[in-house]
Design a protein around this ligand. Structure first.
Ligand code: ADP
Ligand code: MG
Ligand code: MG
Ligand code: MG
Length: 392
């Protein structure tokens, strides 16, 4: 059916592939466009104009392109992504795209067309509020994390999954870009001249760097659950009624709090750029994410926990407390790295007025630093929200 050597697809070969896979019958009605961001992967959108039915073919490229430079990157991540969509899909099928077909050699995933939805980051920047976003993401986090952990899986099964989702090259990107580079004076960093003094303070801040080192160690060593690994608002499709999480190519076994923290941080960028009632909408999302996460994690624990120690009353509150504290720390790292590291967010970079942009970035850095340093002192979501308001 498909090739036995890797080759990047073209709009023509993508159509042929879709026909060969019998996803469509009539080639004449098909329109194909490459719609990816072009840094790491190709994304082909094929639509049958007559039947108004579409599919997506995502293909990994064997290199990553960043500001003109290019480095090799394993196409095995495509298999990781497809397997993560399937594994997470066992627990939250309504919150991820359906996978129709995969091909290891071509490094492709053929999946459900979600183009009726909007990337949450884009929509949020445009002022959309997505009332169900936080309930859906809270549910996604609770179920994907709990049900892939030792609390829900036989230890042999869990350790098999840890192996299956060994993802060293993509993890290395996170280790460098999230946990290391922003805290040192290295070339990959990228920030405005106006931030230089603030950034130098970060590089000199030994107590901050000690806390980041601890968080990095957790990322490196805590194989708690199958993470999405890149859960920012650009990996989430949304509408008023639906939410779908895409793009888990960074999936691996890591600490519970990492996905939660990345999502928190990406909401916090919107807290920073919005004002008044619109800001409150996002703070409510933050609160709701944690509320739903805790509720569903607790229900799942009570229903399906295999751990005999689960009967010890303090155990679950201890686990939830640890996830919360870790999440705040990871959120802090994400706030900083998206502001001064290699990979930025449009929430901040899209602010055209330089004075406003620099002020927003300084706020992100201040908040990021505070999250990392004081995470152990924050007692619950209400406290976290006052803490954010104080530091903004
Ligand atoms: P990358 O890993 O390169 O960031 P993504 O999986 O995030 O790739 O996809 C890049 C873009 O392609 C998305 O922002 C979205 O616009 C589009 N896209 C990806 N998957 C789908 C899908 N299932 N349906 C519709 N559009 C999609
Ligand atoms: Mg992208
Ligand atoms: Mg993406
Ligand atoms: Mg990606």
């Amino acid at each position: 059916l498909t090739e036995n050597t890797y080759k990047p697809l073209t709009v023509e070969s993508a159509i042929n592939l879709a026909i060969n896979l019998q996803l469509f019958t009539n080639k004449e009605n098909l329109v194909c466009k490459e719609i990816g961001d072009g840094n790491l992967n190709l994304v082909f959108h094929i639509v049958d104009n007559e039947k108004q039915k579409g599919i997506i073919i995502k293909q990994a490229l064997p290199y990553a392109k960043v500001v003109g430079e290019s480095w090799p990157l394993t196409i095995h991540r495509s298999e990781i992504e497809a397997n993560a969509l399937k594994t997470h899909g066992e627990f939250v099928s309504h919150l991820v795209p359906k996978v129709y077909h995969t091909d290891k050699t071509l490094a492709i995933t053929v999946m459900e067309d979600l183009s009726h939805l909007t990337i949450a980051r884009t929509g949020l920047i445009d002022g959309q509020n997505y009332p169900l976003l936080s309930s859906h993401v809270g549910e996604y986090l609770a179920k994907t994390l709990f049900y892939t952990s030792d609390y829900a899986l036989h230890p042999f099964k869990k350790k098999d999954l840890v192996k299956q989702f060994s993802n060293p090259e993509l993890c290395k990107i996170t280790e460098d870009l999230v946990f290391t580079d922003p805290f040192f004076d290295v070339d990959t960093n990228d920030f405005e001249e106006e931030l230089k003094d603030t950034v130098r303070e970060i590089w000199k801040d030994a107590s901050l760097k000690f806390e980041v080192a601890k968080l990095k160690k957790q990322f490196l060593t805590e194989t708690e659950a199958l993470l999405h690994g890149d859960l920012h608002t650009g990996s989430i499709f949304a509408s008023i009624t639906e939410t779908k999480v895409i793009d888990p190519e960074f999936a691996f076994y890591g600490p519970f709090g990492f996905d939660v923290g990345q999502f928190f941080a990406n909401l916090i960028f919107q807290v920073i750029v919005r004002t008044g009632e619109q800001r409150q909408v996002i703070l409510n999302h933050l609160e709701k994410t944690w509320d739903i996460f805790q509720t569903i994690f607790t229900d799942s624990w009570q229903k399906d926990c295999l751990e005999p120690f689960a009967e010890i009353e303090s155990y679950l509150p201890y686990i939830l407390g640890k996830i919360f504290t870790d999440s705040i720390g990871f959120a802090g790292c994400e706030l900083i790295r998206r502001t001064i590291g290699l990979s930025h967010v449009k929430d901040l970079d899209g602010i055209t007025d330089i004075k406003v942009r620099i002020a927003a970035k300084k706020t992100a850095l201040k908040l990021g630093r505070a999250c990392i340093l004081y995470r152990h002192k924050i007692n619950g979501m209400e406290d976290y929200i006052s803490f954010i308001k104080q530091n903004i």
